[in-house]
Design a protein around this ligand. Structure first.
Ligand SMILES: [Zn+2]
Length: 354
């Protein structure tokens, strides 16, 4: 879904649709007036590099905290534009939560933290984001992307430890049934903490941040019109663009025919008894996770997080499917296997450039 695309791990959708005006009144658009909302976002201070200049000059630890009012306003516009019912607000943050974010960031490999120094204006917390994490870019006066920021939802992240969060996320494409269950493991039992859930979510968002200004995939904030995808070496390993439908399609549609029904967060389209087949089909592709197979942008973010998590940080990754109490399928990291080799080469080249 390249248009109105948001880089976020989404969660919990209710159906409240009404006219809402942003509380800080930077813009007043009816929720149905997409053109007004888009224009308000484009002109918004948060979308301009000047707004973030002072933040970027600070040491990284000082770029983490409650979202400023302008950013809350911007996220509200984004929620209205994308039909998310949540209304974000400035949160209060406990010392423990703040410490979890600081530790999660401090533990990621130094090469990645270095790469973020001049690209990431900060990690900001809100309540009512409409997702676990969200990333957007801002532009310099000439319209070129100049950096990015990450927004996290305090309430969503307060509630779950790493494996619980990963299991919840990987279950969302499947309607539950009594015979089949799916469990995801991204941490050993002793490291199964909230801090490590936050770290994994952050690494996915950091993947989006580091993709900005690179030729990994087309910019998610522009309408891709089907120009040659081969100028994006990473995306073209897995994707084509259909000018007829205006959608990205994978290079594997014939054998991975369940893929178009893989929908995360916004309502399951697959039955739980499709999980085993879905993961078997996925293993015949170069997608590292099922979520990676949903679009070229999350393909890279998921590749990045699973590569950093399993190869660089040597942490576990497994999705296990059980039927009637028996494990019928195990899906693990692809980074040591032939199927993800070309993507691994490109990720390693990118990391060397930082
Ligand atoms: Zn994403």
């Amino acid at each position: 879904m390249p248009y109105n695309f948001r880089q976020r791990y989404a969660i919990f959708l209710a159906s409240i649709f009404c006219v809402v005006f942003p509380s800080t009144s930077i813009a007043a658009c009816a929720e149905s007036d997409k053109a007004c909302l888009k224009e308000a976002q484009r002109k918004h201070p948060v979308a301009q590099a000047a707004f973030w200049q002072a933040q970027l000059a600070k040491p990284f630890e000082q770029r983490i905290g409650a979202a400023p009012a302008e950013l809350v306003d911007y996220v509200l516009l984004d929620n209205m534009l994308s039909g998310f019912p949540e209304r974000p607000k400035i949160p209060s943050i406990t010392a423990e939560f703040r410490r979890d974010i600081d530790t999660a960031m401090a533990e990621i490999p130094q090469a990645i933290r270095r790469a973020l120094e001049r690209r990431l204006a900060g990690i900001y917390l809100v309540q009512g984001l409409g997702g676990s994490g969200y990333t957007d870019r801002f532009s310099s006066a000439d319209g070129k992307p100049a950096g990015a920021y990450i927004v996290l939802d305090v309430d969503v992240l307060s509630a779950r430890k790493a494996n619980e969060w990963a299991t919840w996320k990987e279950r969302t494409p499947f309607k539950p049934n009594n015979n089949t269950t799916l469990m995801a493991t991204i941490e050993t039992p002793e490291n199964d903490t909230r801090k490590n859930a936050i770290q994994y979510i952050l690494l996915h968002e950091i993947g989006h941040v580091l993709a900005i200004g690179q030729s990994i995939h087309p910019p998610w904030w522009e309408n891709f019109k089907g120009e040659n995808l081969s100028q994006y070496p990473f995306a073209s390993l897995s994707w084509q663009f259909s000018k007829q439908t205006g959608k990205f399609v994978s290079n594997y549609e014939e054998n991975f025919w369940l893929r178009p029904k893989v929908v995360y967060y916004l309502g399951a389209k697959l039955n739980a008894n499709h999980a085993e087949m879905g993961y078997a089909q996925l293993e015949a592709t170069n997608f590292p996770t099922l979520y990676a197979a949903t679009n070229p942008f999350d393909d890279f973010a998921e590749s990045f997080v699973t590569y950093v998590h399993t190869v660089m940080m040597k942490k576990p990754f497994e999705v296990a499917i059980q039927r009637n109490g028996k494990t019928v399928k195990r899906f693990g990291s692809c980074w040591e296997t032939e199927r993800c080799k070309q993507k691994r080469v490109l990720i390693e080249e990118l990391l060397k450039e930082f």
